[in-house]
Ligand binder design. Structure first.
Ligand SMILES: [Mn+2]
Length: 347
């Protein structure tokens, strides 16, 4: 069913959109992960090398995780806050590893991106872009960008190769999750060009003490509902631990679904994981988000963002909203009749 991908053809179409412009803004998701950072750096390389275009990278959140911060530093990137950028200043705007209208990305007001390159299921808003390349079966956007670099015969610098390897590894959990032949092929081509030592330093970047208290909170709150585990991390100042805890808790023996929930600012964030390849986590996330929120993702991993209703700032209201989300999660995964049981027992 999927149309055959001709990398040369895609590159030619991308060239048509980039041609004649001098500046490009590459927008990543609000809290860019290694795949987003690597994909943005790769698109910058292509725009630089082929068209001499000056690129700025932007996003609407923070680079929160120590590993991601280390990657940004290693690449010498200086990602800017979307709020501080005037999109009029740029001839072209691109979005990588996310799509306009999704809950995890901010674009300057009224900005319709020219280019969207992503591996999440296609969104209606993306169809307005002049150039879209969305391959929802791919494990990583880094894989897609690798194919452009390859088609353009660009010699991939060590740092970029290292970042792309990390992007593919982290989005596919070392190629074990949601990866295709294309991801494996890109990984095999990139690995010999990468610097494994530098990558080792990035993935084991020192973690702040706050990381461990957030982790403890996730574990203390983890509750089993049969083969599901749910954790409410409460209020947080950044969202990274929500996804990280969801990954970790999916490894609990006998568990097939994990659902972690936390509130950052005025938004409730949900991370969903399942080991069931037909689990359709994206659909569960969509159902959890309801009408006011955004939810979606892949078969085995997904997320949702739900704005806190006005006046729901008090802890009590937040708890009730989270309880509703947990009920939706349990119903959507067939676990509504399961009894809660704390994950961690005192021994
Ligand atoms: Mn990705």
């Amino acid at each position: 069913m999927a149309a055959r991908i001709d990398p040369q053809e895609r590159l030619r179409k991308l060239d048509l959109v980039l041609e004649g412009s001098r500046t490009l803004l590459v927008v990543m998701q609000n809290n860019p992960d290694p795949d987003a950072i690597a994909a943005a750096a790769a698109l910058r390389e292509i725009a630089n090398e082929r068209h001499g275009i000056a690129c700025s990278l932007g996003h609407g959140g923070t680079v929160g995780r120590a590993e991601n911060e280390a990657l940004v530093r290693y690449l010498g990137l200086n990602p800017r806050s979307i709020a501080s950028l005037d999109s009029e200043r740029f001839d072209r705007v691109a979005v990588v590893d996310a799509q306009p209208g999704a809950g995890n990305i901010s674009l300057p007001d009224g900005c319709v991106p020219d280019i969207v390159i992503d591996h999440h299921p296609i969104r209606r808003e993306s169809r307005s872009a002049r150039f879209t390349d969305i391959r929802s079966r791919y494990g990583a956007t880094s894989t897609i960008l690798y194919q452009y670099l390859d088609a353009a015969a660009i010699e991939i610098p060590t740092k970029l190769a290292t970042a792309l390897v990390y992007g593919i590894r982290s989005d596919t959990q070392d190629l074990g999750r949601e990866s295709t032949r294309a991801d494996i092929e890109a990984f095999l081509q990139l690995y010999p060009l990468a610097n494994p030592r530098a990558l080792g330093r990035i993935v084991s970047a020192p973690l702040p003490r706050a990381y461990f208290s957030r982790l403890r909170r996730a574990l203390d709150s983890a509750t089993l509902y049969g083969t599901r585990v749910v954790s409410n991390l409460g209020r947080l100042d950044s969202q990274e631990m929500i996804a990280e805890a969801a990954d970790l808790l999916l490894r609990v023996e006998g568990v097939t679904w994990s659902c972690c929930i936390g509130c950052v600012g005025d938004t409730i964030h949900v991370s969903l994981r399942t080991s069931d390849r037909e689990g359709n986590a994206g659909r569960v996330a969509h159902r959890m988000a309801g009408r006011r929120g955004f939810g979606g993702g892949h078969q085995t991993l997904a997320g949702a963002q739900i704005p806190l209703p006005a006046g729901a700032r008090t802890a009590d209201r937040l708890d009730r909203t989270v309880a509703t989300l947990v009920q939706r999660f349990l119903r959507a995964t067939g676990g509504a009749s399961e009894q809660p049981e704390p994950l961690c027992l005192d021994d």
